[in-house]
Design a protein around this ligand. Structure first.
Ligand code: NAD
Ligand code: 89Y
Length: 343
């Protein structure tokens, strides 16, 4: 397979997973890295044996020598870096959250479309093995047409030690984690026409909301609840599992803690273990997320080579990002938001 050459910008906490995954992906390798923090640049450059290192993204693009860019910085720099990639006609992957606002996100999609380059958001949760197993069961008609769903992520895991910036923003759980859960709801039950949300901050040591409950009206008539919390202390910590309940006209699907998938229909009940693989470089409990990082990056390469649209293209992600913005708007105004009107 021809090797695509990639550049990675942002050598922080999560980029380590992306670099490990690039080592495993077939058909691509990272040949150059960039970070404005020289210490992070050296840590990642030395760990992964990357000689070409830049502290300035403009300088890196000017020198070129790569076929795509993987933007693994935090949200503040996403718009500038995606637009830089578009100006340089370089296909780009951008980490979530895609942008600070929906209007920024729309501008980023337009910039890449006008430049004729592919843009994929690193929205990896839908690529998790258990989520794929739910989608496969649904596509096989295991429960008929679904009419109700619940997508739940409730945890007391300390995410702030690895990602201290999560404690400092005005917005927290919907923008950081709920964005994945909302994307899973769309992936499983389809696009959303309207949304109602309530939020709370329970942890006094952080600035943003750490609990959100969101009611979604899907375009196909299904109703779902997305409930997320980082203030939930359980006897057995579920991080980072998304639990799913689906009721269909002909049966039910339950994805439970411990990666158990139960399907009940006229034929009876089946129970399957849908645990993610523990990749050689992965560590529990993050292995579920880490495996999905590998899967989305392999998908990026495969689709880029075929010239085909990515599952979480920039255009697709606008529909997930709109749900994030709608959720904050709904919670602050106490009103139901027409999502279709935002797109
Ligand atoms: P981090 O702060 O640890 O790392 C970001 C790095 O980017 C830093 O080293 C910083 O110096 C560098 N940087 C920022 N702006 C730059 C610029 N303009 N040019 C060059 N370097 C720049 O952050 P993190 O925890 O690694 O998170 C990065 C992103 O990954 C966030 O958007 C976060 O939401 C996302 N994330 C995604 C997942 C997932 O499962 N998809 C999980 C965790 C984090
Ligand atoms: O940043 C978040 C993400 O995308 O997945 C989990 C996380 O690291 C903490 O909520």
């Amino acid at each position: 397979m021809t090797e695509l050459k990639g550049a990675l910008i942002g050598c922080g906490f999560f980029a380590i997973n992306q670099m490990h995954a690039w080592n495993d992906v077939e058909g691509a390798e990272i040949v150059v890295i960039c970070d404005r923090d020289p210490e992070r640049l050296d840590i990642v450059g030395d760990q992964f044996g990357i000689e070409r290192r830049y502290s300035d993204a403009e300088a890196m693009f000017a020198d070129g020598g790569f076929d795509f860019v993987d933007i693994a910085t935090t949200v503040q720099s996403h718009r500038a870096l995606v637009e830089m990639a578009a100006r340089n006609k370089v296909p780009a992957i951008c980490q979530k959250p895609f942008a600070k606002t929906l209007s920024d996100a729309k501008a980023m999609v337009a910039a890449c479309r006008n430049a004729g380059v592919a843009l994929m958001v690193h929205e990896n949760f839908r690529w998790q093995t258990p989520i794929q197993a739910v989608r496969t069961a649904l596509d096989a008609g295991a429960i008929g047409t679904p009419f109700w769903g619940r997508f739940s992520f409730r945890s007391g895991y300390d995410v702030f030690s690895g990602q201290p910036y999560l404690a400092e923003g005005e917005r927290f759980i919907i923008e950081d984690l709920g964005i994945h859960t909302l994307d899973i709801a769309r992936y499983i039950l389809g696009d959303v026409s309207s949304l109602t949300a309530r939020t709370r901050r329970v942890n006094p040591k952080i600035k943003g909301e750490d609990v959100a409950t969101i009611l979604l009206d899907h375009e196909n008539g299904a109703t779902s609840v997305v409930d997320v919390s980082y203030a939930t202390k359980l006897s057995k910590e579920p991080f980072p599992e998304t639990l799913i309940e689906l009721d269909g006209a002909e049966g039910t699907i339950r994805l439970s803690q411990g990666y158990g998938l139960e399907i009940t229909n006229a034929k009876g009940t089946t129970r399957t273990d849908v645990s993610p693989k523990l990749l050689s470089w992965a560590s529990r409990p993050w292995h579920n997320i880490q495996e999905s990082v590998y899967a989305i990056q392999q998908h990026w390469v495969d689709q880029l080579k075929r010239g085909a649209e990515h599952s979480t293209s920039g255009a697709d992600n606008l529909k997930t990002f709109a749900l994030v913005e709608a959720a904050y708007d709904s919670a602050s105004r106490g009103q139901t938001i027409d999502v279709g009107a935002m797109l």
